[in-house]
Design a protein around this ligand. Structure first.
Ligand SMILES: C[S@@+](CC[C@H](N)C(=O)[O-])C[C@H]1O[C@@H](n2cnc3c(N)ncnc32)[C@H](O)[C@@H]1O
Length: 208
């Protein structure tokens, strides 16, 4: 590729990013849905009611590492960072490069790390970032539509890396996630948030 072509290509990329930033996170989220509908599983991000209800049972004083699977455009990221202690860390993992790129461009907090990868590799990912365990793991993954074997692998890995006393926080439109969680977590609390599109179920799997 010639120098002129390269310059034209990077100018187009920059213009596309500026347009995405202007349109805001919802447009980026929708674009990710159009590209990978099964992996994203929702057309708009979670509501603030879901965020507040899901995070309300976290003991923030004891939380050194918070991990999020499937952050999308970061709907939960700033609310988690707002509650996280100054020496805490938030690692988010998503398979979609569009979302990881957007998060890296829009969230500037030394406690925040966005990783392009699968939640099924959580053990390796947190080790690579210098952690031996997580206190809380939050998931917005569409468990019912994940490829075969991925849901159980994610629940196994999650249970393994959670520290005793930690919890797996899951929100989903269906109860499919609870069935996966029940294979590893003996104590699961549940709740419901009607003010979300679509109304969603919330679960907390405790590692006692
Ligand atoms: C319903 S969206 C969640 C959006 C966001 N957390 C919210 O509250 O608005 C599901 C996300 O899971 C991601 N995803 C799907 N499979 C994944 C996997 N195996 N590991 C990590 N992320 C995954 C998708 O790319 C998408 O960002």
């Amino acid at each position: 590729m010639s120098g002129t072509e390269l310059a034209r290509k990077s100018a187009v990329t920059r213009a596309k990013r500026r347009l995405e930033d202007k349109l805001g996170p919802w447009a980026v989220f929708f674009k990710g849905f159009v590209q990978h509908p099964v992996m994203v599983g929702s057309i708009i991000p979670s509501s603030r009611f879901t965020i507040n209800r899901m995070l309300s049972r976290t003991d923030w004083d004891r939380c050194k590492l918070f991990v999020e699977y499937g952050p999308g455009v970061g709907t939960f990221c700033q609310p988690v960072l707002d509650r996280l202690r100054p020496d805490g860390a938030l690692i988010v993992i998503d398979t979609n490069p569009l979302y990881i790129d957007y998060l890296n461009r829009t969230i500037h907090d030394p406690r925040f790390t966005a990783v392009l990868g699968s939640a099924a590799d959580v053990e390796t990912i947190i080790k690579d970032h210098g952690h031996d365990g997580a206190d809380y793991i939050l998931s917005g993954l569409p468990f019912s539509t994940l490829p075969d074997g991925i849901g159980p692998a994610i629940v196994d890995g999650t249970h393994k890396v959670l520290r005793p006393g930690g919890a797996f926080l899951v929100y989903q439109f269906s109860a499919a996630a609870r069935d996966f969680m029940a294979k590893k977590f003996e104590r699961i609390d549940s709740d419901f948030e009607p003010l979300n599109i679509l109304p969603c179920k919330l679960f907390w799997g405790h590692k006692d």
